[in-house]
Design a protein around this ligand. Structure first.
Ligand code: AMP
Ligand code: MG
Length: 371
């Protein structure tokens, strides 16, 4: 299949109209949102929705989010909204928040993977909103990556995964938030975060009072996550990845990277600007480390995380070591993605000691703390 590529700088209305026509005709088009790029189909057309699963290689038991452009557009999709759902819509829409609500009969089985609920979001990105309005239907859209790879945050990363598989790609530049939407189940007695994202736990609590977090999100393999998609290995670069967490994460990562270099290993390092600078100052000349920094602060980490994880696949290190951040604010969302990327191979770096938080079979040079 030929995949059209529309650069939106030129004549955006004509491109959006053409893309909307393809969606109405049952085809798939990738488009930018404020979180990541989405792979969109007519959300009320079960046959069109099935093509999304084929293009991504997505397991059929992982339901999709329906994207709408106006609040009232949710009404035909659900049998009813409770006070929590309405409060969340009022406060956070349009924006990076998805709500899970009871599903109505017009929602195809393919969208909700047979569940009796449906996930709905109203994105704030102007191209996403214009596309949904022009198509005249809710747009079912997961992230526009091949299943298992990091979500794409620019059109080139979409093209890498989807050229030849879908009808077109709308290039709206880079996504500002960089991690996927927060998914909140409004049908449980206490609203529950099923996936942390751009709207933080603190923001939700300020609006709703008590909010729970799905206990399966901390990586305990014995628990089954309520969002089916959260059980899959995700965001993983090809090389094995290990994560340092805790107050000394940056320091321990720095020391380990230097030890690894001395052993002649080709290591990918994921850290912030401050650690990158110190590491470059302490390394041997002609170093073999690939050091990728996200900048400074959690918003920078969220914005650049997926593109950095994808970059490691282009340089193929033997292993990757990453540095975690605390879980306040956006930290919960980025740590959820980082821990998954690392396959829960996590070391806790406290004063003077490193302990295994989860995982096994760590290379020895990661486990010793310099004195
Ligand atoms: P993606 O579209 O790839 O960003 O993934 C959407 C996420 O929302 C996945 O983790 C899904 O499992 C989750 N999700 C979608 N619909 C529902 C639903 N009805 N109930 C619970 N989780 C859902
Ligand atoms: Mg996804």
């Amino acid at each position: 299949m030929e995949t059209k590529f529309w650069e939106l700088k030129k004549n955006p209305e004509a491109a959006i109209d053409e893309a909307a026509g393809l969606i109405r005709a049952g085809e798939i088009v990738a488009f930018p949102t404020e979180t990541v790029y989405g792979l969109g189909a007519d959300g009320l057309n079960g046959t069109a929705v099935t093509k999304i699963f084929a293009a991504k290689g997505r397991p059929a038991d992982n339901p999709l989010i329906l994207h709408i452009a106006d609040t009232e557009q949710i009404l035909p999709l659900t049998t009813g909204l409770n006070a929590n759902a309405r409060a969340l819509m009022e406060t956070f829409w349009p924006g990076p928040l998805t709500i899970v609500v009871p599903r109505s009969e017009i929602v195809p089985d393919a969208v909700s993977a047979g569940l009796d609920t449906v996930a709905v979001r109203m994105p704030s990105h102007p191209v996403a909103a214009a596309l949904i309005r022009a198509a005249g239907c809710p747009i079912a859209a997961p992230s526009a990556n091949v299943s298992g790879k990091p979500s794409p945050t620019n059109a080139q990363d979409v093209a890498e995964d989807m050229t030849g598989k879908i009808a077109g790609i709308l290039d709206g530049g880079s996504c500002g938030i960089g991690v996927e939407s927060t998914v909140v189940d409004t049908t449980s007695p206490v609203p529950t975060i099923l996936r942390p994202g751009g709207i933080t736990r603190e923001m939700l609590e300020e609006r709703l009072g008590a909010v729970e977090i799905d206990p399966a999100l901390n990586g305990n393999p014995a628990l089954r996550p309520k969002a089916p998609g959260m059980k899959y290995r995700h965001y993983a670069p090809q090389a094995p990845m290990y994560l340092y967490e805790g107050p000394q994460a940056g320091q321990r990562l720095l020391e380990a990277a230097i030890r690894g270099q001395k052993q002649g290993l080709c290591i990918g390092v994921l850290c912030d600007d401050a650690v990158k600078k110190r590491l470059e100052e302490s390394l041997w000349r002609g170093h073999t480390l690939e050091i990728l920094s996200w900048g400074s602060g959690k918003p920078d980490l969220a914005e650049h995380l997926f593109e950095l994880l994808r970059s490691f696949d282009r340089v193929s290190p033997q292993l990757i070591i990453g540095m975690g951040v605390d879980e306040k604010g956006l930290g919960l969302a980025v740590m959820n993605r980082l821990r998954k990327a690392a396959g829960y191979q996590i070391l806790l770096a406290e004063e003077d000691r490193i302990t295994v938080r989860s995982g096994s079979g760590f290379p020895e040079f990661l486990l010793t703390a310099d004195r």
